[in-house]
Design a protein around this ligand. Structure first.
Ligand code: THU
Length: 136
């Protein structure tokens, strides 16, 4: 699917806004995410940490869970940003979660804090992935 530049801008603004809502009392590392779902809506996520560190949830995971729990089954695109001065790199668990629901031609906009970005496919993020098709 072809993302219009207007849609890309909306995803970027949504993930930058979500980053401000991060709950990060332990790492102080803010991550914001926004996914475009098959229903045409944008769902945002921020990282949510926990005193029991293993209970922390990543921003991308939160955004995907919001989209899927609203009835969506396909994610068309993701925008993600962190505090680090580099293009955001989703963690391994988030890449696996995304691979479960990624639509054909799924696109990630990996942002720097200044909102410049690079585009990555699912294959870029997770080559040779174990997906639902691997079970059939
Ligand atoms: N984090 C994310 O939200 N997404 C990622 O893809 C990488 C890591 C969060 C988890 C934790 O709150 C903080 O960044 C430091 O690892």
């Amino acid at each position: 699917m072809n993302l219009t530049s207007e849609r890309k801008d909306q995803l970027i603004q949504a993930c930058l806004y979500a980053q401000r809502l991060a709950y990060v009392p332990y790492s102080h590392f803010r991550v914001g995410a926004a996914v475009l779902a098959e229903d045409g809506q944008i769902y945002t996520g921020c990282n949510i940490e926990n005193a029991s560190f293993g209970a922390t949830i990543c921003a991308e995971h939160v955004a995907v869970v919001k989209a899927i729990s609203t009835g969506n089954r396909k994610i068309l695109a993701l925008a993600v940003v962190t505090d680090a001065d580099e293009y955001a790199r989703p963690c391994g668990i988030c890449r696996q979660v995304l691979s479960e629901f990624a639509a054909d031609n799924f696109l990630t906009l990996a942002l720097k804090p200044d909102a410049s970005y690079v585009e990555k496919s699912l294959e870029d993020l997770l080559p040779d992935a174990f997906t639902p098709a691997s079970l059939s």
